[in-house]
Design a binder for this molecule. Structure first.
Ligand SMILES: [Zn+2]
Ligand SMILES: [Zn+2]
Length: 302
């Protein structure tokens, strides 16, 4: 089982404030290191928290508000200066390729690696390899914006070799046992799968809710995930302001977590009007107990 955790690089909304930076997270899942949003200062935060940036081959940008992508041109350019040759894939709503390519063109930059832009237009599967898959879901925000769900693929069952030998099961059949099949001996006796294999660890899931107004339509998309990130730009007393700006409050984020039966909630995208964040946790925990603040530099297990 590979490691599964999220490192918070940026947790503030709109502008940097109180040593907090605009949104960015790094996800370790299924042996992949994935960047989710890339606000200003993402590179600096990567250095500070010793992120191995060369392991990142896939970047997911939720939407084109600057607090979610203003760090991207710097990162792309640095990769070039550092001599990167591995392809880089960037998933985002329409328009990002034009923005980045204009920067590169006017700066006379020729990258030594291939940049692939994948435009997200609707709900569905946007990336898959043999270890993980990523689905997206449109949130309700001021511009096109997508939530992402990152899922490990189901692990095969583990072979109990001692039991297999005791039951005379040939090693050539192990791969069928891993898929859950029973074994039939030459005498016609059925050896039940669960007596000769061990259940693998459950696959992990992480949902990144991006910027969104309170939206119960998101609940089926994030239901039962191990960890949900949901924005909480404002405390609960500013629910009207949150709705007017297509953002959410503590109570709203926690209500989505509760209704979606997630295992754990992490909240962030804090408004710059708040210096102290303690109240965010108190208000969210009153609705959904297993909640953590997106404090920069913390690694949250999935
Ligand atoms: Zn934002
Ligand atoms: Zn936004």
């Amino acid at each position: 089982m590979s490691a599964a955790f999220v490192t918070i690089l940026g947790s503030n909304s709109a502008v940097p404030a109180f040593n907090r930076h605009p949104t960015s997270q790094v996800l370790e899942l299924g042996g992949e290191l994935i960047l989710i949003d890339c606000g200003e200062a993402t590179q600096i935060q990567m250095q500070k928290f010793q992120i191995k940036r060369n392991r990142i081959n896939h970047i997911f940008i939720s939407h084109l508000h600057g607090d979610h992508y203003f760090g991207l041109i710097g990162l792309i350019t640095s990769y070039g200066l550092m001599g990167r040759t591995t392809d880089l894939h960037i998933y985002s709503p329409n328009g990002l390729a034009q923005l980045i390519q204009l920067h590169l063109q006017l700066g006379g930059v020729v990258l030594p690696y291939a940049l692939h832009f994948i435009v997200i237009e609707q709900e569905g599967l946007i990336f898959e390899n043999n270890k993980i898959k990523v689905h997206c879901f449109p949130t309700i925000h001021r511009i096109a914006c997508f939530a992402f769900k990152f899922e490990e693929k189901r692990n095969p069952r583990k072979i109990d070799v001692a039991q297999c030998i005791a039951n005379d099961i040939p090693a050539a059949y192990y791969r069928y046992l891993q898929l859950g099949n029973d074994y039939e001996t030459k005498q016609g006796k059925i050896i039940k799968n669960e007596t000769v294999t061990i259940a693998a660890d459950a696959p992990k899931t992480y949902a990144y809710g991006a910027d969104t107004i309170y939206n119960e339509a998101m609940i089926p998309f994030v239901s039962n995930v191990d960890l949900l990130y949901h924005e909480t730009t404002f405390l609960k007393d500013l629910a009207e302001r949150a709705a007017a700006r297509y953002h959410s409050t503590t109570v709203e984020a926690a209500t989505i977590a509760l209704k979606a039966n997630v295992k754990k909630l992490v909240i962030g995208h804090f408004s710059s009007k708040y210096k102290d964040l303690a109240q965010f946790k108190l208000e969210a925990a009153a609705v959904f107990e297993n909640v953590e603040l997106a404090i920069e530099g913390t690694c949250i297990n999935i």
